[in-house]
Design a protein around this ligand. Sequence first.
Ligand code: NAP
Length: 253
Amino acid sequence: MYKSPALAGKICLVTGASRGIGKAIAAAAAFQGAMVAINYCHSEQEAAILADSLQKQGLTAALFQADISSTEQVDQMFDEIEARWGKVNLLVNNAGISCKALLTDTSEDDWYQVMDINLKGAYLCTKRAIPSMISARYGRIVNIASVWGISGASCESIYAASKGGLIAFTKSIAKEAGPSGVLVNAVAPGPVQTDMLNCELDDQEIRDLSMQIPLGRLVTPEEIAEVCIFLLSAQADYINGQVITVDGGFLQG
Ligand code: NAP
């Protein structure tokens, strides 16, 4: 990974950065010079390995444990980041869970669990981060949605609804906070081979899925991270309220 000062001096919180896409975004933001708050919920060891590896390369990163669906834990996490470095000015709402089941096999608990993490978590972190961004007339928020939030997906109705909601939330806050210099965008990845996908599909299903993608392969976490870094950087200063699909041409029309 290349080092650059593109995000130097910025304080960047990445939720769900212990594994998968969030881990790649956190690492990329640190390589761009940001002070990176690595949020995790359960995977302390993975998060610690990431922080340690970044610190050993002379980059600035630290761990902040919180379940982002809890108001109290989100508040405490922001308090701890502010005490250590100052106010968050780059926020990546990445943490999420999936729920693969026929609608008739899902429970009300499934609904609340997915919505609480995928949608309420982004709401809580955004609500806590945005007042200081507005005061500073500077802030960048990137929400990690999904192509399923655009197209819908069989056996993923709750998940798709949470991501569709996240897209509407993105566009709404972009309108509300844009006049104050806070830009809010979403990235909608196609299938990415992380723990999330590996829990849902076996190797043959992943091969079959890859064949439906015009580029013939899944997108990597690092490729999603590159797009996030662009949206967080000054190069994207006129991009607001957009959903950038990164899916190799999977969704068209
Ligand atoms: P993953 O490998 O399963 O990682 C999920 C991350 O979210 C972990 O770091 C996990 O932290 C964190 N997390 C889960 N619940 C949390 C909570 N309550 N509070 C804080 N952190 C929590 O998933 P991924 O594939 O990287 O997915 C990352 C994002 O991309 C998700 O929003 C997902 O919906 C989206 N996405 C994924 C794909 C895909 O195909 N993989 C495609 C489109 C969009 P701990 O392990 O520490 O608990």
